[in-house]
Ligand binder design. Structure first.
Ligand code: FCB
Length: 462
């Protein structure tokens, strides 16, 4: 086992946690009154998810949550970030509330509290009730209102026991992978529709923050997947491509949330797709920019960006992600099983740059996801010696500590993920867990990375 002096040392009170999401682990897709979500529809559509798998059973966490909480307790984490499945609570997206759905999360929360673990709940980790998608999904403003109603129900039930609340997880994925690239549910490939979705997600966030405040929660925030975009070369064209990538990935969220404005680079990024839009209303920026108790950031990798021609020359067919840039493979870096480059320094740089840009307007940060998918193998002794994942975690926690030392106010870190799980369009082939899941038997096996993380957390308390 690694010696404790090799561990980065964090300030007293720093929160260590682990994260999961409902559709990726729960299974029990048709149990206890749960309604269908867009991910049920997407995964059951042939050809969209690798190997045709679905989240119908996943890690069967819905039935096995006591065992999973025991794993968290043994790991020694301070906090567990999970998400609540909207279609378990409001199966049709609006109308009657399903008490059995609320009961499940109440039981989970009680189990966590009994184990001495603080629950951190995400309200939307992408499983939109299908009934709402049928009425336009995030393209329409009504969905933001339904989200606020659902939030009020859940917070009314759990606010006394859940201190930390996250409205949305990675709205970039919901808006752009979901409504422009088509690689996430609902699988649309649109221009204006995706930009309207991005805006309505932000409006939904603002309305949900109001509902959380009304319920008296201790901490309310949002989780963004912010990217560190690097130019492929020093050319003016590649640097301009980075501006467009930054706008589409980062500024579309951080400018309204933290600076009360829309990005001034949006016209050069989206052209006619954004000019003349009709989905923004007076008062939206004030709603979206309400003060937050924390900003959640999910970070995995840097992105190298090069200028590229429009893939779709016909403006009428252009999607919101056809922004004249392309991702380039980073030479010389190790790549994970997702083919993502491992560059811990860019994690530090991202956080320091965010602080430089927003200064005192930047709330305290929680890293709500960080981790890696690796080509895990089960050894003859039954263990998983996932050395690459340990190196990834060590490198990124060290890089995070460097950001703290540089003056960035980071309060917590959640590893993604506690369990191997349903990795969206990649299915079960990509394993991010620090605990292995055998999907035939549902057996859980802590990997070496679990033991490393446990020792790292324990070393903080020496
Ligand atoms: C993030 C998601 C999470 C998981 C990781 C690998 O984008 O929030 O659900 O899929 O990536």
């Amino acid at each position: 086992m690694t010696e404790s002096r090799a561990f980065p040392r964090f300030p007293a009170g720093f929160v260590f946690g682990a994260a999961t999401a409902s559709y990726q682990i729960e299974g029990a897709a048709r149990e206890d009154g749960r309604g269908p979500s867009i991910w049920d529809t997407y995964s059951h559509t042939p050809g969209l998810v690798a190997n045709g798998v679905t989240g119908d059973i996943a890690c069967d966490h819905y039935h096995r949550y006591p065992e999973d909480v025991a794993l968290l307790r043994e790991l020694g984490v301070d906090s567990y970030r999970f998400s609540i499945a909207w279609p378990r609570i409001v199966p049709d997206g609006s109308g009657p509330v399903n008490p059995k759905g609320l009961d499940f999360y109440a039981r989970l929360v009680d189990e966590l509290l009994a184990a001495g673990i603080e629950p951190a709940a995400t309200l939307y980790h992408w499983d939109l009730p299908q009934a709402l998608e049928d009425r336009g999904g995030w393209r329409v403003r009504e969905t933001a209102e339904r989200f606020a109603e659902y939030t009020a129900v859940v917070a009314g039930h759990l606010a006394d026991r859940v201190p930390r609340w996250i409205t949305l997880n990675e709205p970039w994925c919901s808006a752009f992978l979901g409504y422009s690239v088509g690689r996430h549910a609902p699988g649309a490939r649109e221009g204006r529709g995706a930009l309207a979705a991005a805006h309505h997600l932000l409006v939904g966030h603002g309305r949900a923050v109001e509902a959380l405040r009304a319920a008296g929660v201790r901490e309310a925030g949002i989780t963004l997947n912010l990217d560190r975009n690097l130019p492929a070369t020093g050319s003016a064209a590649d640097r301009a491509a980075v501006v467009r990538a930054d706008t589409q990935h980062n500024l579309v969220w951080t400018e309204p949330l933290l600076a009360g404005r829309y990005p001034h680079t949006e016209e050069e990024t989206w052209g006619e797709l954004i000019t003349g839009q009709d989905f923004r209303r007076d008062g939206d920026l004030a709603l979206i920019g309400q003060p937050l108790d924390f900003l959640g950031i999910n970070y995995y990798r840097p992105i190298v960006v090069a200028d590229a021609p429009h893939r779709e020359p016909d403006p009428a067919l252009r999607t919101a992600t056809d922004n004249r840039y392309a991702e380039v493979r980073l030479a010389g870096a190790r790549h994970t099983a997702m083919d993502w480059p491992v560059v811990p320094d860019s994690f530090t740089d991202l956080l320091v740059a965010l602080k430089e840009r927003y200064g005192d307007a930047l709330p305290p940060i929680h890293i709500t996801e960080n981790g890696s998918a690796e080509h895990d193998e089960v050894s003859p002794d039954g263990a998983v010696h996932d050395r690459d994942r340990v190196a990834y975690l060590r490198g990124h926690l060290t890089a995070l500590k460097a950001a703290l030392d540089a003056g960035v106010d980071v309060r917590g870190y959640y590893v993604w993920s506690l369990l191997d799980n349903f990795e969206w369009a990649f299915g079960y082939g990509k394993r991010f867990g620090i605990v292995r899941v055998d999907y035939d038997t549902q057996r859980r096996t802590p990997k070496d990375s679990y033991h490393w993380y446990r020792a790292m957390i324990a070393a903080q308390r020496d």
